[in-house]
Write a protein that binds this ligand. Structure first.
Ligand SMILES: Cc1cc2nc3c(=O)[nH]c(=O)nc-3n(C[C@H](O)[C@H](O)[C@H](O)COP(=O)(O)OP(=O)(O)OC[C@H]3O[C@@H](n4cnc5c(N)ncnc54)[C@H](O)[C@@H]3O)c2cc1C
Length: 426
C-alpha cells in the first residue's frame, strides 16, 4: 500500500491525513505536541463571510467531514460581529478530541509528541523523516503542514518575545521546516511596513475572570462588544495583526469578545493593567497566550514555494498545505488546502497526475490567486482569507461569494467537482 507521511497535526495536517486515507493511502500523522489542531486549539471562528461559501463548496465536493465536526461542536451559529456575518464558533475544548477520534476511526496512525527534526534525501526525493526519539519514518509521499508559528527565537526577534502560547515551543521543541531541511528556499511574509512575520490576532481570557453580565452576554449571544474608554484605545496594534480582516476601527474602539468556551479577545495582546480599568474586566486573566499582556505568537516565517496542486517546488515527493502553502489565514483555509494536498499526495503515490481545483470555485481561485500574489513583493506583504480583507473583496468582485447552498452545489456540479474528494481513482 502507498504510504503517506503528514508532518504537523494542525487543521491542514488533519485534513491532509483524512483526504489521503480516503483515497486508500496508509497514513501516518506526526504532531510534536500532545494534541492535534495546532493554532486551531485557540481559534474557533468558522463560516464567517466568504468562509461560508468555501465550506459549502468543500461539503459539495465530498471534503466536508472536518467542517461538519466543527458545526457539531459549535457553541453558537449564525452570529454577527463587526465586519463579520453568519459566523459559527466551535467549542475549543470539544473540537480536538472529536477530530482525533475521526482520524483514528479512519485508520490513520496518529503519533503525538513526535517531532520530525530532519529528513533523509535521495536526490530530489525525501526517503524518510527522522524524529527526536531517533525513529526513522519512511514514506512514498510526504505532506508538510508544520505551520509558520514560532519558534521562540522568531517571536523574540520579530515580536515582543515568547508570550507562552499554545504552540509551547519550550516544552515540545521548536517547529521544524521539513521543506527547508530538504533544501527548499522558503518565503517569509512581511507586514505593510516591510518588517517580517505577523503577530497573531486574538487572545483568550478566562471567562471566570469576567463580570457576570459579560459572561451572560457571551453565553447567550456568543458576542460581547464593550466600548473602551477613549484614553485606553490603542489603534497601533491593528497594523501588526496577522488577521487583517479584523483591522477595523470597531476593534480599536471596543473590546470584542467571542464565546468559544473561553472568551476570545479580538486583539493581538492587551496590557492587563489597562484591560482591568475597563468595567467588567477588573479581574481579567489570560488563558492564551499566557503573557497576552505583552504579546502573541509571531507567524508566517516559512512559506513553501508551490504550484496550484500544492506540490512543493524543488522536492519531487513533498506537498504542503495551510500557512505553509502561503500567507493564508484561517482554519477553513487550512482545511481546504490540506484536503487538496492530501488528495494529490495519494494520486502521486498511486502514479496518477495531481489536479487543481477549478478557479470557477472560490477555493480554487484562492489557491491560485495566493500563489500568484505571494511571488510579488506587494502580495507577500498581505494576508489572504475568505473571511475579509483583500481576498473577500476579490470574492465579491468575482461573484464568488454567496450563502445560497443550492447555488453553491450547482457551481460545484458545473465545475465537474461534485463528490470529487470521495471518488476513488484506484
Ligand atoms: C491565537 C490564534 C487565533 C486564531 N483564531 C482563528 C479563528 O478563530 N478562526 C480561523 O479560521 N483562524 C484562526 N486562526 C488562524 C488559524 O488558526 C491558522 O491559520 C490555521 O489553523 C493554521 O493551520 P496550519 O495547519 O497551517 O498550522 P498550525 O495550526 O500552526 O499547525 C501546525 C502544526 O504542526 C506542528 N508541528 C510543527 N513542526 C512540527 C514538526 N517538526 N514535527 C511535528 N509536528 C510539527 C505544530 O505543533 C502544529 O500543531 C488563529 C490563529 C491564532 C494563532
Amino acid at each position: 500500500m502507498a504510504k503517506a507521511v503528514v508532518i504537523g497535526g494542525g487543521w491542514s495536517g488533519c485534513a491532509a491525513a483524512l483526504a489521503s486515507a480516503k483515497m486508500g493511502c496508509d497514513v501516518i500523522l506526526l504532531e510534536r505536541t500532545d494534541m492535534l489542531l495546532g493554532t486551531g486549539l485557540v481559534g474557533g471562528i468558522m463560516r464567517n463571510n466568504g468562509r461560508f461559501t468555501a465550506t459549502e463548496e468543500m461539503i459539495a465536493m465530498g471534503g466536508g467531514e472536518l467542517f461538519e465536526i466543527a458545526d457539531s461542536v459549535a457553541r453558537h451559529k449564525n452570529i454577527e460581529f463587526p465586519g463579520h456575518k453568519h459566523a459559527t464558533l466551535y467549542d475549543v475544548a470539544k473540537i480536538e478530541p472529536a477530530v482525533k477520534k475521526l482520524l483514528i476511526d479512519r485508520g490513520i496512525d496518529v503519533r503525538l509528541i513526535t517531532r520530525a527534526k530532519d529528513v533523509k534525501m535521495n536526490g530530489n526525493r525525501i526517503v524518510s523523516v527522522l524524529t527526536d526519539e531517533g525513529d526513522e519514518i519512511e514514506g512514498d509521499i510526504f505532506i508538510e503542514t508544520t505551520g509558520t508559528a514560532g519558534p521562540m527565537g522568531n517571536c523574540s526577534k520579530y515580536g515582543n518575545g515568547c508570550a507562552m502560547c499554545i504552540i509551547r515551543c519550550p516544552s515540545y521543541g521548536p517547529r521544524v521546516s521539513i521543506a527547508a531541511k530538504a533544501g527548499v528556499k522558503e518565503l517569509m511574509a512581511k507586514k505593510s511596513d516591510g518588517s517580517v512575520g505577523a503577530m497573531s490576532g486574538s487572545c483568550k481570557l478566562l471567562k471566570e475572570s469576567l463580570s457576570d453580565d459579560i459572561v451572560e452576554k457571551l453565553n447567550t449571544r456568543g458576542v460581547a462588544v464593550i466600548p473602551i474608554p477613549q484614553e485606553l484605545q490603542k489603534a497601533d496594534a491593528l497594523s501588526q495583526k496577522a488577521c487583517q480582516q479584523y483591522a477595523l476601527k470597531e476593534f480599536a474602539e471596543n473590546v470584542i469578545l467571542l464565546d468559544t468556551g473561553h472568551a476570545k479577545l479580538m486583539s493581538p495582546y492587551y496590557p492587563l493593567d489597562k484591560l482591568r480599568r475597563i468595567p467588567g474586566f477588573e479581574n481579567a486573566r489570560y488563558e492564551d497566550p499566557y503573557a497576552g499582556n505583552l504579546g502573541n505568537s509571531m507567524r508566517y516565517f516559512s512559506i513553501s514555494p508551490r504550484n496550484n496542486k500544492l506540490q512543493t517546488e524543488g522536492v519531487d515527493n513533498l506537498l504542503c498545505a495551510g500557512e505553509k502553502a502561503g500567507p493564508l489565514v484561517g482554519h477553513t483555509e487550512a482545511i481546504v488546502t490540506g484536503t487538496l494536498a492530501g488528495y494529490n499526495a495519494a494520486r502521486l503515490a498511486f502514479g496518477k497526475e495531481p489536479v487543481e481545483i477549478p478557479v470557477e470555485l472560490a477555493v480554487g481561485d484562492a489557491i491560485s490567486h495566493v500563489r500568484e500574489q505571494m511571488n510579488t513583493p506587494e502580495g507577500i506583504a498581505k494576508k489572504y482569507t475568505f473571511s475579509g480583507s483583500v481576498y473577500f473583496e476579490r470574492m465579491k468582485e468575482k461573484g464568488l461569494y454567496t450563502t445560497d447552498i443550492n447555488e453553491i452545489k450547482k457551481r460545484v456540479e458545473k465545475a465537474g467537482m461534485t463528490n470529487f474528494f470521495e471518488k476513488k481513482f484506484i
